[in-house]
Design a protein around this ligand. Structure first.
Ligand code: ZN
Length: 477
């Protein structure tokens, strides 16, 4: 079989040499906004004559390094940008190709390594990594600092190396789960994610034993650029999941699923990102189906089909990024990012399931209720507006409210009188669920200008990847 080339990596390919282990020693400097230290890389030759090495021979190469204050993998927050307003905060996001912006590494998902780390931070702060916590001790070189130790014994691609430093607290919410955040969010987070252990158990039933030991959750400050990131042993999630009613818990089911699909079995190159995400969405929806019923799984499958259609409409039908397997030669994976690998990947697996004897066509019950309510609004004359009442949504889950708004968005904007009436009877402004609020906002043309103004005002303090992606969405440079 010809070798798969990772066009997103500048490192030697896995066929030449493979990093087996990283030992990281580093210190976090909030004043200069740099992370500096040494990376000791255990490298194994895959060739018979690699310089002076024979096949399978290992050497340890230790490299001193310091990050740039502009590293695309790190976001440094001032105390004002945190909930507590007292201490600075740092978090990393390495997927897809940003690990190289932290430390010297063979930055390709085709190579997997174990890692251990010693991280020195100001003593009033806590450091966490995508690994098992392995103790803490005063820094012998500086009485104002502390060293945290970590160990990840399961081989991972380096995009799963993750670090966070802040004034963090934790609550135990399950036998193998702590939820971490600033103290202002910790109670709310413990409530919101209380279903985690039951989801883990279902996932184990579907995927086999959970081999990572701990499954902790970290709720980040609002500038975290994604809904969730499946960093091993410590899933990172956005605080916008704190809806107050557990209605966005499918994101946790998604990140839990990555413990098998993505983190254990990994795409070899980013061209095949759908292997990570399509299988994970498939597993996520099975978990939610077991928890909330098969109808619910089909409802989300149909919602995903709608998301896929939106993405394809946005790119244009023949755009190369709408393919299941893309060609990322000379392309930043962040630019190609969309719902396509998630939902087209899921659709393929769902189709195969039906071919091979799954439960049949989509169960439309929950979706039909959303469609018929949206049709009532679309066809309503001014005289009909009194027929709507808060009872219309009485039997709707928040997922259905979201789908109802998605249906409305696919049609021409409603007249202003209709929108006013909708707010009067449904009071969407009072809803905390961020997905619903987002759809609600997107429904109004006038919010577009406001979005651009807000973007320009806050761009400088946004995560670099977010700034790039939001700019792309709003079509401003
Ligand atoms: Zn995912």
């Amino acid at each position: 079989m010809p070798e798969v080339v990772d066009t997103c990596s500048l490192a030697s390919p896995a066929s030449v040499c493979q990093t087996k282990h990283l030992h990281l020693r580093c210190s976090i400097d909030f004043t200069r906004r740099v992370l500096s230290g040494t990376a000791a890389l255990t490298i194994q030759s895959q060739e018979d004559n690699l310089r002076s090495l024979v096949r399978n021979q290992e050497i340890v190469i230790e490299i001193s390094f310091e990050t740039s204050p502009k590293s695309s993998a790190l976001q440094w927050l001032t105390p004002e940008q945190t909930s507590g307003k007292e201490h600075p905060y740092l978090f990393s996001q390495c997927q897809a190709i940003h690990c190289r912006a932290i430390l010297p590494c063979q930055d390709t998902p085709s190579v997997k390594l174990t890692y251990s780390a010693e991280v020195s931070v100001p003593k009033e702060l806590v450091a966490l990594m995508s690994a098992i916590r392995d103790g803490e001790a005063p820094d012998p070189e500086d009485p104002n600092r502390k060293i945290y130790r970590f160990s990840q014994k399961v081989p991972i691609p380096c995009y799963l190396i993750a670090l966070v430093v802040g004034a963090l607290e934790s609550r135990q919410i399950g036998p193998r789960t702590l939820v971490w955040s600033e103290k202002e969010q910790v109670e709310k987070s413990a409530y919101e994610f209380s279903e985690t252990e039951s989801m883990l158990k279902i996932a184990e039933d579907l995927g086999g034993p959970y081999i990572w030991g701990q499954y902790d959750l970290l709720v980040l400050p609002p500038s975290f650029p994604y809904g969730g990131m499946e960093n091993p042993c410590l899933t990172f999630v956005t605080p916008t999941l704190l809806a107050g009613d557990k209605s966005l818990s499918n994101v946790i089911a998604h990140e839990i699923s990555h413990s098998w699909t993505g983190n254990l079995v990994t795409n070899k190159t980013w061209d095949h990102f759908w292997l990570n995400e399509g299988h994970t969405v498939y597993l996520e929806r099975h978990i939610c189906g077991r928890l909330f019923g098969e109808k619910f799984r089909h409802f989300h499958a149909l919602g995903g089909w709608g998301e896929l259609q939106n993405s394809i409409k946005t790119f244009g039908e023949t755009h190369p990024f709408t393919k299941l397997v893309v060609d990322l030669t000379n392309t930043d994976p962040d630019v190609a990012y969309s719902s396509v690998p998630y939902e087209k990947g899921f659709a393929l697996l769902f189709y195969l399931e039906q071919l091979l004897g799954g439960p049949g066509n989509y169960d439309m019950t929950l979706t039909n209720a959303c469609i018929s309510l949206s049709q009532r609004w679309i066809t309503a004359k001014d005289d009909d507006l009194n027929s709507f009442s808060s009872a219309d949504l009485k039997d709707f889950s928040s997922h259905q409210v979201n789908e109802f708004l998605a249906q409305m968005l696919q049609n021409a904007p409603l007249p202003l009188g209709h929108i006013k009436r909708m707010q009067e009877v449904y009071n969407f402004n009072a809803i905390n669920n961020s997905e619903i609020r987002f759809r609600d906002l997107a429904a109004f043309d006038k919010s577009h200008d406001q979005a651009i103004r807000t973007y320009k005002e806050h761009k400088a303090s946004m995560h670099p990847v977010t700034a790039m992606l939001v700019g792309k969405d709003l079509k401003v440079d």
